[in-house]
Design a protein around this ligand. Sequence first.
Ligand code: A3P
Length: 316
Amino acid sequence: RLPGLMPVGDVKIEPSGLIMPKEFVPYLDRIKNFEVRPDDTWVISFPKCGTTWTQEMVWLLCNDLDYEASNNKLLLQRFPFLEAVCILSDELKQGTNPDDDWIFQADTINYIAEQKSPRFIKTHLPVSLLPDQIWSVKPKIIYVTRNPKDVAVSYYHHHRLWNGYTGMYPLFMQAFLQDKLVYSPFWEHVIEYKKLEKEPNILINSFEDMKSNLFGIIQKTADFLGKHYNEDEFSKLAEHLSFNKMKENSAINGEEVVEEVRQRHKMDSSDPGLCFLRKGQVDSWKDEMTPDIAKQFDAWTTKKTKGTVLEKLADI
Ligand code: A3P
């Protein structure tokens, strides 16, 4: 993916139909054979659904709410991204200093394999491409969903930032709807996980519920993880996870690398879309999507969810 070009994938990987860059293919077997441990905790999502937010919540719940430790180590290191090694563009890898930003150059699959337990692992892979051992070892998995219109708008800004995408906004939206972007298809991703919702080792949260009732989601997630805290501790965590606090948090906001990327692509640093924690709102698509594109999204959702576990849900 050259900077400025549409971040469409090159290959479709069956049986999920996952769209990926061709660089992903040689890693498929390593991911399938990745050794899973029962005390791993996985956060899984389609990109831009609130993965980072969920990771920080889960990591703190599982680490005795140790804010000092969380603030002193990058989330990328505490909660590494399994397939980052095959997703990050060469340009991004080469442009970073291996000493400062080692995670961009690391073989993330090996890095995670070598970590001590308990491990925290992020992935955007669909159900069928997870490591085989996930189904026998059954580690805890937290999956997070979000309204696809907000996802698409967030993904557009994500690619403007990380891939220097300079193409037209409507073209990007069409590529999203046509399931051409990396990690597409969106609905199939969500539906496959939704089908597993009754499994005791799987919890599904939504970005929208995190926005409307973060305290409740923290409690529910703590219960799922078997962690016990009092109300004050939950309130303090909710405060730590607020958008403004996370946006300022240098262990999370990636601001150093983001600034490097902005400079390399000569981006306008006052552009509010060009940062990692951008708006953090529900329905912000209403400010950025034309009624015509919004209508196309609704028709696409109706078609994709018809006859599936999601058909009865008005929105997600
Ligand atoms: P926007 O681009 O709409 O602002 P992911 O981590 O899966 O890449 O998701 C990124 C999205 O989650 C971004 O959405 C980001 O701003 C939002 N986000 C991250 N932390 C958040 C928080 N504490 N509160 C609300 N939104 C948050």
